[in-house]
Design a protein around this ligand. Structure first.
Ligand SMILES: NC(=O)c1ccc[n+]([C@@H]2O[C@H](COP(=O)([O-])OP(=O)(O)OC[C@H]3O[C@@H](n4cnc5c(N)ncnc54)[C@H](O)[C@@H]3O)[C@@H](O)[C@H]2O)c1
Length: 322
């Protein structure tokens, strides 16, 4: 049986070759830009592994042997999963390759906001050597020790739980809104489950770590900002459309909340000259939370192992079109 790999994140398939050496399957690597060969090879491949290839109904129709398509990543909108299901082809993803990274990045943004590291660093670069330079005009010191602060987490899944575990030792009280998680799970981590309103009203820092669904689209909007403390900070490392960007701009400009840090935006990349870029109380990073050498290596390894698992006749770990 044959495994086909063609992927923008694999310039050279060294990691995959090491895994395939141990099993008895043929392996074909097609450089990502060679679309013509890819279209030819999918016809006879038994397993296909890719990060970015759009796999539509016509392509799936042309597959004669395929048993599994593995997407190297979390999202799978690039693949026609219904068509694949019709043909009895599993579509699988790798949902957990970057939970360490995203949780760490979230906590890094939390501490950066809490201690105004970005502001101090910028001030020193401009020649301002003054610990009080982060005070607001009313002479208010915006920094508190973590043990006086409440962190509110929207969603309490894999990433959120690691955020809680990593933030806890700093002393934060942690509350979470997740209608699908049991009290037992939250209790076991010393996290209090609360309503969204209670979270918005009581948190000093709010981080969004829920999936993007109809329910969570614009979960943070004008009304939500109004419920938040004036001193609160918002962190979004989930998906841009969780936050209504227009309302975020108004809330930050009008000092409805103190500040925000976002790794994701409604449009990515954020267009040059976008008005969010003009805000001093907003940190923006380029959807980078998931990215380390280790997360990419784990992603490539897990994707290839999933393909082999299915060819071995075992059930896939992460099928998205059951
Ligand atoms: N910035 C990045 O690089 C990056 C990388 C990976 C994942 N992410 C984002 O992080 C999100 C969370 O990932 P995860 O691995 O923790 O997912 P997960 O599936 O393990 O957890 C999601 C949690 O959100 C909860 N949830 C669902 N609907 C909700 C709602 N309406 N309100 C509150 N909670 C709700 C679920 O019950 C679940 O507990 C992903 O969906 C993705 O959008 C971002």
């Amino acid at each position: 049986m044959k495994i086909l790999l063609s992927s923008v994140i694999v310039p050279h398939p060294d990691i995959e070759e090491k895994i395939i050496e141990k099993v008895n399957y043929d392996f074909v690597f097609v450089p990502n830009e060679d679309e013509e060969t890819f279209l030819e090879e999918i016809k006879s491949a038994d397993a296909i592994v890719t990060a970015d290839k759009k796999i539509d109904a016509d392509m799936i129709d042309s597959m004669t042997n395929c048993k599994v398509i593995v997407r190297q990543g979390i999202g799978f909108d690039s693949i026609d999963i219904a068509k694949a299901k019709q043909k009895g082809i599993y579509v699988c993803n790798v949902p957990d390759y970057s939970v360490e990274e995203v949780s760490e990045f979230t906590v890094a943004l939390l501490l950066m906001l809490a201690r105004h590291l970005n502001v101090y660093a910028e001030h020193v670069r401009k020649g301002i050597w003054d610990i009080q330079s982060v005070y607001d005009i009313a002479g208010y010191c915006p920094m508190r020790r973590s043990s006086t602060q409440t962190l509110g987490i929207v969603g309490f899944g894999k990433i959120a739980r690691l955020v809680a575990k990593k933030a806890k030792p700093f002393g934060f009280k942690i509350i979470s809104f997740d209608p699908y998680v049991s009290k037992e799970v939250a209790d076991s981590m010393n996290v209090e489950l609360v309503s969204l309103d209670t979270l918005l009203e009581n948190s000093d820092f709010i981080t969004i770590n829920a999936p993007l669904t109809e329910e969570t689209f614009h979960i943070i909007d004008k009304e939500a900002f109004k419920k938040m403390k004036k001193t609160a900070y918002l962190i979004n490392t989930a998906r841009g459309p969780h936050v209504c960007e227009e309302d975020l701009y108004e809330a930050l400009k009008g000092k409805v909340i103190a500040g925000a840090a976002i790794d994701v935006t409604e449009t990515e990349p954020l267009p040059k000259n976008h008005k969010l870029l003009s805000l001093e109380n907003l940190i923006i990073t380029p959807h980078a939370a998931f990215f380390t050498k280790d997360s990419f290596e784990e992603l490539r390894k897990k994707a290839m192992e999933e393909a082999i698992r299915v060819l071995d006749g075992k059930a896939p770990l992460n099928c998205v079109n059951k």
